[in-house]
Design a protein around this ligand. Sequence first.
Ligand code: TXA
Ligand code: MG
Length: 351
Amino acid sequence: MDADIAAAARVLEAGGLVAFPTETVYGLGADAENPAAVARIYQAKGRPNDHPVIVHVAPGADLDYWVTDIPDAARQLVAAFWPGPLTLILKRASHIPDAVSGGQDTVGIRCPAHPVAIALLSAFKGGRGGLAAPSANKFGNVSPTTAQHVRDEFHLDDVEEGSITGEPACSAGLHVTVLEGGASQVGIESTIVDLSRLATHGPVLLRPGHITAQQIADVIGLLPAAPDQAAPRASGTLESHYAPRTPVTMVAHAALADTVAQLQARGARVAVIGHACGAMVDLGDSQRLLPAEPVGYAYGIYAALREMDLVKADVILVETPPQSSDWLGVNDRLRRSVFGSTGILARFLSE
Ligand code: TXA
Ligand code: MG
């Protein structure tokens, strides 16, 4: 593995792309200070190039090298949560390429906790570099939480497990090296907090995640607010995102069995992702049961969406999770997965 990490670091230093595990989801990384390398990320993802990407740094990295006007609150959050699933939006240093920040005067920065990510960041430019890395999926798709998901996403099927020697071309005609790191522990993307306008707007929660607004408030004494009109843009905050190909819709627990029966009576193929009562419906391989608590649910939801996408159902029904604040990150991702499938049940049931 050490040799794989060293080789991957050389690929990155030469301007190439490396997909690597983080504790949240797998990232598609490139040298954040090399605009041509960052452009390859956008090309591979099919992502609009005005969408900013997060810069990943090694533990103990010099924050002042990457960002300016750093408020005390930022240093407190770094001390409390890094390495870990928290991204801070701060004013960018002048040498950060436009390609990383989408032309904005801010940059997202985080230090991931996964040991492979830390080893890679420590090997890359001797630990002084930064890796621009969005989630390693095509734009708008479900984020990958295993190396296999990444290979599926970019059609890299001939890469050997743990090997980076293959470097096959991905669908955009680019080369992607994949580092193996097991299933991502957290399972949904990092919490994003904007601290770039702290003096005027206070902290703003741009994307909910494993680290909650309350945990942030406990450290800095200010509860992050919901985004306002002028808040920095985040592509994960587009209404439609994290979506499988099969339409997805939410169904309340009480209506689930009945909805499945009605759909099946009309000849529709149904897949279900539940979280509480597995015995309610029996769909064999077309069903996944996730834990009924938010941490375990977040760990499994993206893999479940991918698996249920593969069974080629007409619709994926997701049993509506609880709406309490500890489920905020999960509900945020599900809301974006179902967007675009509005009215799908009515269409089936009116036929
Ligand atoms: O957990 C994560 O954050 C994963 C892993 C790979 O680290 N990365 C990730 O990246 O989710 P991506 O690109 O899929 O989502 C990054 C989000 C986007 O919504 C992007 O718009 C936002 O961060 N973002 C990055 N820089 C920003 C900035 N300067 N201002 C506002 N939003 C920013
Ligand atoms: Mg993403």
